[in-house]
Design a protein around this ligand. Sequence first.
Ligand SMILES: Cc1c2[nH]c(c1CCC(=O)O)Cc1[nH]c(c(CCC(=O)O)c1C)Cc1[nH]c(c(CCC(=O)O)c1C)Cc1[nH]c(c(C)c1CCC(=O)O)C2
Length: 378
Amino acid sequence: MTDAKPFPPLKNDLILRAARGEKTERAPVWVMRQAGRYLPEFRAERVENDFFRICRTPELATKVTLQPIDRYDGLLDASIIFSDILVIPQAMGMEVQMVPGKGPHFPEPLVLPGDMAKLNENVDVNKELKYVFEAITMTRHALNGRVPLIGFVGAPWTLMAYMIEGGGSKTLSKAKEWIFKHPKESHALLQRITDVCVDFLVGQVHAGAQMLQVFESWGGELGPHDFDLFSLPYLAQIAKRVKAELGHEHAVPMTVFAKGSWYALDKLSEIGYETVSLDWTHDPAQAKATTKGRVTLQGNMDPNVLFGGDEAIVSTVERMIRGFGSTERYIANLGHGILPTVPVEAMGLFLKTVHRVGLEVAAEKKEAEAKESIQILG
Ligand SMILES: Cc1c2[nH]c(c1CCC(=O)O)Cc1[nH]c(c(CCC(=O)O)c1C)Cc1[nH]c(c(CCC(=O)O)c1C)Cc1[nH]c(c(C)c1CCC(=O)O)C2
């Protein structure tokens, strides 16, 4: 991007420092799906426009990405580009519709391994997903350096499962039939998706993304043995190849979120990601003991606490921040995406409480350290 105009300087790099393991004044915070249906301004946009039209129109994607940043002015420490994990199956040649009230729908899912022949052979992300790159560049300028911009992809197993199930599923029986009956072909499909993920993430960084997250939303549907076979190697490959392709000069911190895969936490800390995002089934102290400072931890409040009223939100955030610690290797977030019926005030209280408690914990730590050094000197 030699002819592009330079991006505005970054004014808040808290999340990047936390991800790199540097000290922070307080825990940075953002929320998965922070640009979404719980925001009246997003719902108003959706009355006018189809979901994928918003994704494909850089001006609209920029507008929607900025909605939570503007509404919760100064409270969010990162933005995430408005898009979807299912743009990769689309780029591979599949049709995906977003059905209101139902979620994603593939009219022609992959049924048998032979159906893979219908997928595009060599996916040129610069052509098929150019609109995401344009949205990222436009959003990075529009953010004007207020907070870093996160890019993302769905992980190969989660995308493969959507491509075979044709939408959401309680059991993932069809996708699992593939891995158990057709393991060789499943690996071939996972590899093809991985190749697109790598190109897409690298392209997002060149377009302006300052951090990357890989969503393995259906990780926990696999037991530990199958996770090691069908998820982990591809997650590892993505981190390794993206870093190699970006090189030192363009490197950005990467986060892996394998929802439900609590058993894999130790291994997830070893495969090249700076940050591991946790769902709410993790206890902070245990997660810290398992990861031993190798990675930054992100998460992990149960999104449903936002329905629990002010007291529940405040006490859960207190416990969470005190559990993880505020100034080192921690990024506050929910344990999964914010739900569409959450009141906007509840999200506001969550963010304000993370700031307040984060600063309190940081101040307490400083005071304790000062006391300790006085004792040592004395
Ligand atoms: C599994 C998954 C999907 N998409 C995504 C995941 C991984 C995270 C997770 O596990 O929740 C990721 C995603 N989807 C969306 C974003 C945008 C950025 C952000 O986080 O604000 C991101 C990061 C927008 C969206 N993606 C979707 C919406 C709502 C669609 C609408 O407006 O009708 C939004 C704002 C639709 C979507 N997209 C997907 C589903 C299952 C659904 C329907 C259910 C739902 O609505 O929550 C697939």
